[in-house]
Ligand binder design. Structure first.
Ligand code: HT9
Ligand code: FE2
Length: 422
């Protein structure tokens, strides 16, 4: 593949010395584990977010069809175990705790458990990799609120691993899966030699979000940065898709599409929706051949949770069948060996090998920031305490001071030393 991983110069002695954090928090979305959990879970997710009842009703059916059980918690248990094994294999002595935003084990309880076990400095790793309110700031706020509500603010410090959309460990499994998926689709079209590639389209699918949230993603006061597609969220996906296609099949056409839209119909969300797009490409037009085969890449997600197994495997693949399109859905990173090893590298770049110049990144957009700039992924419903934000009174109150990051641009260029962040 086209992406490369920087060499790791760390010695065993260096590891022990540099360990500044004393626990890892694996933070995720959470999901229901039985029919009785479904509605309470959906109420947790949508609290104050104005999701129409019809949408909640529809989504509850997705969960009900799976016995009320989301696959996400089992996947996170497996990820936690894999992470522990890889940390041990690399002699990094940090316990891993797991906490969710929307279901048990809830983040506030996990923070309390971490504190009660005697830990004081936590590094959070989330199962969401791009920059937007839902996948970055909302996690930072949930920690801020939890620290406040548990009374742990100022006593327990929580920092956060950078958004890692273009870490080679996240990208590599998609390269592998897209390559395998393309082979399968070519064979299904009776053209293993690639002679019908002009009838194949690779669709990179991610979660739609409100356009307003997209535009606020990755922004900062004082650094108005222009992003391809109008936002960091879109630009990050485009950059990843391009890197994957460059490694797999540069001549095959591809598109970035969106799924799982919710919210009121009059509010603009990112488009096109994957199912609408399938209709359009099956019909051809605009000088393009009608599409007969597609490889669906769930680029926005780290595991095969409900948004993947329902919205893609059920709805989008049904749509392909209906349209006579040969289709394959590529696996998410899950517990892929390279993904897990990549997560440990993301931890070790904050603990034992803090060389900013060597941070791996598969696109020109990265490596992304450790600490968000003020105003990044603004919460339009009102300010909340946050962690991992440069220069906010709140983060200092919460024990996550970032004096070493007076401005994240300097940090990005390697002119301030993360080793001094405490
Ligand atoms: C960007 C993004 C990711 C990817 C990053 C990440 O992985 O975090 C993601 C992941 C997920 N979303 C999930 C589930 C849900 N998301 C919802 C609602 C929403 N998601 C949004 C965005 C995202 N969501 C948004 C802008 C809303 C609107 C309401 C709001 O602004 O909050 C709703 C409410 C009903 C509905 O609208 O569908 C549910 C049930 C699950 C769990 C799956 C399982 O159980 O296996 C996962 C991993
Ligand atoms: Fe979601």
């Amino acid at each position: 593949m086209a992406v490369s991983v920087a060499p790791n110069p760390v010695t065993e002695a260096g590891r022990a010395e540099a360990a500044e954090y004393d626990a890892i928090l694996l933070a995720s979305f959470g999901g229901p584990e039985g029919q009785d959990d479904v509605l309470p879970f959906l109420r947790n997710v949508t609290r104050g977010r104005g999701i129409p009842d019809e949408r909640l009703e529809a989504v509850s059916h997705h969960y009900r069809a799976f016995g009320g059980i989301s696959p996400i918690n089992a996947q996170n248990r497996a990820l936690k175990a894999a992470l522990e094994a890889e940390l041990a294999a690399q002699s990094i002595d940090l316990p891993v705790y797991w906490g969710n935003r929307n279901w048990d084990p809830y983040i506030p309880q996990t923070l309390q458990d971490i504190y009660d076990a005697g830990h004081r400095k936590v590094l959070m790793l989330t199962t969401s990799v791009y920059s937007c309110y839902s996948s970055c700031r909302q996690y930072r706020e949930d920690i801020g609120v939890a620290l406040t509500e548990t009374g742990l603010a100022g006593r327990l410090r929580v920092d956060k691993v950078r958004q890692y959309f273009d870490h080679p460990g996240f990208v590599a499994p998609f390269v592998e899966g897209t390559s395998a998926g393309l082979k399968t689709v070519r064979e299904a079209l009776g053209a293993a030699d690639g002679s019908r590639d002009s009838e194949i389209r690779v669709l990179f699918s991610t979660h739609s979000i409100p356009t307003r949230d997209a535009e606020a993603a990755g922004r900062s006061e004082g650094e108005p940065r222009e992003f391809e597609g109008g936002s960091a969220y879109v630009a990050q996906h485009l950059a990843n898709a391009r890197a994957i296609m460059a490694a797999v099949a540069p001549h095959v056409a591809w598109d970035l599409v969106y799924q799982s839209r919710s919210g009121a119909p009059h509010i603009p969300w990112l488009e096109p929706d994957i199912n609408d797009h399938l209709d359009a490409i099956a019909a051809g037009g605009e000088g393009r051949q009608a599409v007969k085969g597609t490889v669906i890449v769930p680029l926005g997600f780290v595991s095969d949770h409900m948004e993947v197994v329902w919205d893609l495997d059920t709805e989008a693949l049904d749509k392909c069948r209906e349209l006579g399109i040969e289709a394959v859905r590529v696996p998410t990173p899950g517990v892929h060996r390279e993904f897990v090893a990549g997560l440990v590298k993301l931890i070790s770049e904050r603990t034992v090998d803090r060389n900013l110049a060597q941070r791996p990144h598969a696109t020109d957009l990265g490596p992304w920031y450790d600490v968000c700039r003020p105003g990044c992924c603004e919460n339009f419903r009102g300010a909340k305490p946050v962690i991992a934000e440069a220069g906010t009174g709140e983060s200092i109150v919460l024990g996550a001071t970032h004096d070493a990051y007076p401005d994240a641009t300097a940090e990005r260029q390697g002119t301030s030393a993360p080793g001094t962040e405490a």
